[in-house]
Design a protein around this ligand. Structure first.
Ligand SMILES: [Zn+2]
Length: 90
């Protein structure tokens, strides 16, 4: 392991607490082709619900943790979602 390469610019993002600390955002995208909506997760709400040590980068990440309200209202499977990490605006 070359420590020099672990310096600035390399941010370790494994938990919800990491995301909040570094100002990143989580976006939920609905994977239903009839829908395709996306929205941002309120990170404070996510931490309140799942805890700041929740590892979103696990085997399935946060896939399915957040449903799609549009699909739920319309009776489609609403857990077919993917969560993406968005880098903070500078
Ligand atoms: Zn949807």
């Amino acid at each position: 392991m070359d420590d020099a390469k672990q310096g600035e610019g390399e941010t370790r993002l494994e938990t919800l607490g990491d995301i909040k600390r570094h100002g990143y955002r989580l976006a939920v995208h609905c994977l239903n082709t009839a829908c395709g909506r996306g929205r941002y997760v309120d990170i404070d709400v996510a931490i309140a619900k799942l805890g700041s040590t929740y590892r979103f980068a696990g085997k399935d990440g946060m896939r399915g943790v957040y449903g799609c309200s549009s699909c739920r209202e319309e009776g489609r499977p609403h857990r077919n979602t993917a969560v993406h990490l968005h880098i903070p605006p500078r």
